[in-house]
Design a protein around this ligand. Sequence first.
Ligand SMILES: [Zn+2]
Ligand SMILES: [Zn+2]
Length: 425
Amino acid sequence: MTVKSVKGFRDTLPGESNVWRRVEERIRGAFHTWGFQEILLPFLERTELFARSLGETTEVVEKQMYSFQDLRGESLSLRPEGTASAVRAYIENHLDQGDPIVRLFYTGPMFRYERPQKGRYRQFNQMGIELIGDPSPEADAEVLSLLDYLLAHVGVTDVTLAINNLGHAGCRPAYLDALRGYLASSREDLCADCLRKAEQNPMRVLDCKVEACIAVAAGAPSILDHVCAECRAHFEAVRALLDLNGVKYVVDPRIVRGLDYYVRTAFEATSSRLGAQNAVAAGGRYDGLVKALGGPDVPGLGFAIGMERLLALLPEDADVPSDRPSVAMVGAGSNEARQAAFLLADRLRRSGVAVGWGGGRSLKSQLRRADKAGASYVIILGDEELEKDEVVLRDMRHQSQERVPRARVGDILLRRLGLDETVKG
Ligand SMILES: [Zn+2]
Ligand SMILES: [Zn+2]
């Protein structure tokens, strides 16, 4: 019997992984351009970190975490998201004691025990940023502008950026009271989940995907009518910068983050092509989080992009170069000729040319294999070539071939493949 992968965990095969890396590199490039530096975070944290940052009663912490006790009886969890770990690392490593504004990005797998479905896995990947220490509306606008840029930069166009103003600890309670009052009058229309949330965490009802709840949410009082003058001014300043910058967005009072420390700007990038779970990226300002986790009282904000969802939105014709070797080495004939071919392949690889190795079958089958693998060039080295100290260099695209000195084939290939600059530089 074979051993299968764990439900909800998948393999990313060659071909797909190539697209993946390409997209990741582009996003990484945009993060760098916006001044963010990478932080490499552990996958495993103390369960307490997520209980405190996400809240004991949230769905993620209650039902979706991969938590277990280690051999000393300590409760540990695979990270379900990146922000808690980034903020924990910020506090633990005293990153606040250098530059007062810290810009971090992270990338990697997250783990949630959810019902697996199309495009949703129990191990999924996120790339995210955290901008800690800057309370200004410019920071919000900058982060939103970055998200807008990188979605377009990777080739995803049919995405809506929706933003909302969640108010702050001073002005939100009045809104929550108004919302609770409204929800109490529509109890019979709410799903079981929302009935439970209506009192405890009423804003979560606003982003329920059940149709009846969407109808209730549509008539709910808007938080935008309840925020204080400072929160309103902050939001207007963010919007003014986005407008000046030509970043397109809609204001949607149903965008919520559902946790107390999320304040003011909250946002989501959604696509109708993703179905009910339609957010490809989400984020917001979390001014209370660093303090809540035992750090200094500094503001923060950030977002995370769902990589699987982002990749699902890539256009079919996305321009992705092949990750297959561009050169195939074909060794044929005597043992000496085959040894020479082996050594030449190795030398070429060490100089930066990706070379596929033909293996031990006949000349004909090796050539067929090279063609099928999409190699741009094939090098043939048999006894005749060995004797003349040459190789046959076949250009597969132009269907032409020539004999070149064995010692020169490396330079020729580096030049033709456009690698000479990159390798020497
Ligand atoms: Zn509901
Ligand atoms: Zn306020």
